[in-house]
Design a protein. Sequence first.
Length: 333
Amino acid sequence: MKHLFTTFAAVMLCLGVSAQDGKKGTNEFSFNVGYDFGLKKGQGGMVTFQPEYGRNFTDQFYLGAGTGLAADDKFDAFAIPVFLRAEVDFTTTKIRPYLSLQGGYDISVSGGDGCVRLNPVVGVKAPLSKTVDFNIGFGYTRTIVNGRGGDFLGFKAGVNFNSQGRGFGDFLKKLDYNVELETYTPASVKDGDYKQTLTGCFGLNLAAIAPMPLENLYAGVSVGFGRYTDKYKSQTYEDKTSEVYLNAGVRARYKVKQLMLADKIYPFAQLDMGLGGFYEPSFTVNPAIGVSFMTGDKESVDVTLGYTTMSLEDEMGDTKKKGSLRIAVGYTF
């Protein structure tokens, strides 16, 4: 590992000082997803989603910081990574092979220990448009927990949005921002005379989604939070408490403007994926459909109906997945 870091530092120094005009001084915002499989028997794998923001200090040297979501491949344990990442492009051509090194700390949100994560990657980037690149890489991950480590190999892929010298503010202006009031229909699990119900849910969801190279397709991040009532009932016991939930993940929305009515109304399809915070953290997928009523050039009132899952616990303490409908009314600007 020491030789790897020494080699990486030498390459960054050599290439960084020989930069040419091009990306120097521009900012980038990226979304990356990855999967790493354990190198030891029974170790399992890791799934990651990592948004990142950084700057091209030369035409070939980039430094950024990010966060996101990491989970084991059974979606039983979750963590929020906080990291720095340095990258060197080997060429200044449109197709650019690169070497990167990411280092940071994963903050556990499911009761376990956090860990230090080191991740060197080799990969290649290719343009999708003048401001958007697709990247894919293969790398090694080392995690360190209480002095002991795990070893993984895996892939990462994502998209990079470049400011082309216009600054991060220009990128922010291109985003769609969604503010939604949301509710979930009750979900319950029953085991004999025992019953647990999640009900009375009401909250707020905030999202920022960026236009993709495919026309009318947007993707980004979303965060939802609110309150719900947790009810327990059996022959000998009955109780209810008010709880707080937090959902965080990624959102993709396709605006079906080909079916627009009266130049104002069009349907859309939406998919949310991430960490759901009802009762206990769990991985959730929320497909949805909706209708947008345009009130301006990019402003609209949106009505959304989707399906999601919640994790509840039966009398024996076993976790069960139960479905619920998500209903939301929001505003996009």
